[in-house]
Design a protein around this ligand. Structure first.
Ligand code: GDP
Ligand code: IMO
Ligand code: MG
Length: 424
């Protein structure tokens, strides 16, 4: 299985980190291709909990080369805080490689992220405040600073100056904030150069050569399909393409080289931040999903909104990403319900929709149509084979598989590395 993409099929936090770690022992390269330190991926190894943000989860796999590819936005301060944190816990980060073409998040991007959110008031997106949107905006506006720019101080200074000029007008005149000096930005960025230099590489060349040599390369998604800037619930999205196609543009590896595309999907649904969410619950069931599922954000500590499984979203993710399979996670969380609703379609302004509606305003009005499944009301966290799951849990998994548009590869029954039932 040389090239595998793992991505989020809902609104994030599906358990992509654990699914990545699952393939651990067979991994030669683990690659992040989009987003930045807005991600928070949890991996539990022998009961010990690790969180990755900007680092690929493969950092925890001994011998695996971790790659931050061109499509990622890199906050160098956040990067080295994470590297240092890993090193303190005995994790070897010496195989980390960063693309020369990746864009940098600077202090003015995080500042702009926070002030714009505040300015939006009740219309805010609920971003992570990590400067992601402003950094991608500069990339598209062709005023971004790339990792390679750090290697030439003169170019770096010129580019920071050009990029900062307009922002300072906006900061001072619109937001009534202190202007940021070119000097403070350049000085901060240059303080990372010595540590970063040995990691910088042409990662497209590296990865394509690795594939030529038959190595296994895993593209670890961050964020998710419904947060994609093109295919998600715009404008309540992140500013990158977390879908399968983003793994190609974000790495310089062509689509013909990808062998498997695995969509990670929770046995229910969660979302952090603002935006439409048809199956969201505001009752005791929602509270219980939140509590049993431990649904608190890894990056920002915000509570996640919770709701039932949405098969329309799953089918949409299967289509947009060309999924070859799904990895279903957190089935164990549903172990105490007598009856489990699953959204099979939407009622929108009196019309039934079995697929994602064409417009966002329709999606905002979507009322879920539920089918109900009998619960299994028992702890399944010790199951390791499909046959060890109770009959009703098997029936739930099979029903979800039939309505979701791609075969299920594995089912998660707990956060631990070993707590997975592999179906195929
Ligand atoms: P990611 O951002 O997609 O990597 O997901 P997060 O790490 O943000 O959130 C997923 C949470 O669910 C983490 O706390 C994981 O440890 C946990 N998790 C993953 N798979 C399972 C599972 O099958 N069962 C349970 N109970 N927890 C899981
Ligand atoms: P992982 O990889 C869940 C959400 C934010 C906000 C929107 C835009 O752990 O699944 P941004 O800071 O990216 O501009 O915020 O996207 N968001 C996530 N939600 N999981 C994530 O990452 C997320 N990354 C961003 O909450 O609604
Ligand atoms: Mg997460």
């Amino acid at each position: 299985m040389p090239a595998v993409v793992i991505l989020g099929a809902q609104w994030g936090d599906e358990g992509k980190g654990k699914a990545t770690d699952q393939l651990g022992s067979s991994l030669d390269y683990c690659v992040r291709t989009s987003g930045g330190n807005n991600a928070g991926h949890t991996i539990v190894v022998n009961g010990e909990k690790f969180a990755t943000h900007l680092l690929p989860s493969g950092i925890l796999t001994p011998g695996c080369v971790s790659v931050i590819a061109n499509g990622v936005v890199v906050d160098p301060g956040a990067l080295f805080r994470e590297v240092d944190g890993m090193n303190e816990r005995g994790v070897d980060t010496s195989r980390l490689v960063v693309s020369s073409n990746a864009h940098l998040i600077t202090s003015y991007h995080t500042t702009m992220d926070k002030v714009t959110e505040r300015f939006l008031g009740k219309n805010q997106i609920g971003t992570t405040g990590r400067g992601i949107g402003p950094a991608y905006a500069d990339k598209i506006n062709r005023t971004g600073i790339r990792v390679a720019d750090l290697l030439d101080e003169k170019i770096l200074r010129d580019k920071v100056e050009a990029s900062l000029d307009l922002k300072n007008h906006i900061l001072a005149k619109v937001y009534n904030r202190r202007a940021i000096t070119v000097e403070e930005v350049v000085e901060d960025l240059l303080s990372y150069v010595d540590r970063l230099r040995p990691m910088i590489a042409d990662t497209s060349l590296l990865l394509n050569r690795a594939l030529d040599d038959g190595r296994t390369v895993l593209f670890e998604g961050a964020q998710a399909t419904m947060l994609d800037v093109d295919h998600g619930t715009y404008p309540f999205v992140t500013s990158s393409n977390p879908v399968a196609g983003g793994a190609c543009t974000g790495s310089g590896v062509g689509p013909t080289r990808i062998d498997r595309v695995i969509g990670v999907v929770k046995a229910y649904t969660t979302r952090v931040g603002a935006g439409p969410f048809p199956t969201e619950l505001f009752d005791a069931d929602g509270e219980k999903l939140w509590e049993v599922g431990g649904e608190v954000g890894v990056s920002t500590g915000r509570n996640r909104r919770c709701g039932w499984y949405d098969a329309v979203v799953a089918r949409y993710a299967a289509r947009i990403n060309g999924l070859t399979e799904f990895c279903l996670t957190k089935l164990d969380v549903l172990g105490s319900w007598e009856r489990i609703p699953v959204c099979v379609g939407y009622q929108i302004d009196g019309v039934r929709h079995d697929e994602m509606p064409m417009t966002q305003s329709e999606f905002h009005h979507a009322e879920p149509i539920y089918e109900f499944f009998d619960g299994w009301q028992t702890d399944i966290s010790g199951a390791r084979t499909f046959d060890e799951l109770p009959k009703n849990a098997r029936a739930y998994v099979q029903a979800l598989e039939e309505m979701s548009g791609a075969p299920f590869w594995a089912v998660g029954v707990g956060p631990g590395r070993e707590q997975t039932v592999v179906l195929r």
